[in-house]
Design a protein around this ligand. Structure first.
Ligand SMILES: O=C(CO)[C@H](O)[C@H](O)COP(=O)(O)O
Length: 210
């Protein structure tokens, strides 16, 4: 089980500062969608240059032109690129094909997917690397989480690794760990803490014990 740090509400220098602090405890660094919107793929390039040995995920949440956008993110240095589960099959297949050419990986974000069980099985058959259940900020605000959704996809996904994101905190991490995803994605649960290093270290330890 790996830990991914999601960086959403910072600029490029801020992102580099956070990663410097928690680097030993995280396996993947995510350049979140808000950073990509604000700064473009330069943010991915800057983080990869600053931390060449770190796995960098570009959270593009691709909806169309899968192959083209994966090509651009790969050129910027992304190791993993995200596409939405609600995208067309052709877009997801195109993303996977380009990722294979570039030696990169695809994570499918299942945010807003209604037929979760059926769609997870379908995208799994496209050869994607990760399938991620995700409660976005707007539903987190309404008190929702993806813990049950993780159990749902784990029952049907046969090839891809599974991941979970959305409002995970130290207090809720044990429940997540018990469900054994391959990748746990945490943003505010680390970046929103006064002592980010301590939060990341404790999360890493809980994950290692799980
Ligand atoms: O993709 C995202 C929002 O769309 C976030 O990166 C993801 O939800 C993780 O952040 P947090 O733990 O703060 O919810």
């Amino acid at each position: 089980m790996k830990l991914q740090l999601a960086l959403d509400l910072v600029d490029i220098p801020g992102a580099i500062e956070v990663v410097k602090e928690v680097e030993p405890f995280v396996d993947v660094v995510e350049i979140g969608t808000p950073i990509v919107i604000n700064e473009g793929l330069h943010a991915v390039k800057a983080l990869k240059e600053a931390f060449p040995n770190m796995t960098v995920l570009a959270d593009l949440k691709i909806m169309d032109a899968g192959g083209y956008e994966v090509m651009k993110a790969s050129a910027a240095g992304a190791d993993i690129v995200t596409i939405l589960g609600v995208a067309e099959d052709a877009s997801i297949k195109g993303a996977v094909e380009e990722a294979r050419k570039q030696g990169k990986q695809i994570l499918v974000d299942m945010i807003a997917v209604k037929n979760l069980e059926e769609r997870a099985a379908e995208v799994d058959s496209f050869g994607v690397d990760y399938i991620c259940v995700h409660t976005g900020y707007d539903l987190q605000a309404a008190g929702q989480n993806s813990f049950e959704d993780l159990r749902t996809i784990k029952a049907v996904v046969k090839n891809a690794k599974t991941a979970i994101a959305g409002g995970i905190k130290l207090s809720t991490l044990p429940e997540v760990v018990a469900a054994s995803p391959d990748l746990v994605i945490v943003g505010g649960g680390i970046t929103g803490q006064a002592d980010m290093k301590a939060a990341a270290a404790e999360m890493k330890q809980l994950i290692a014990q799980g």
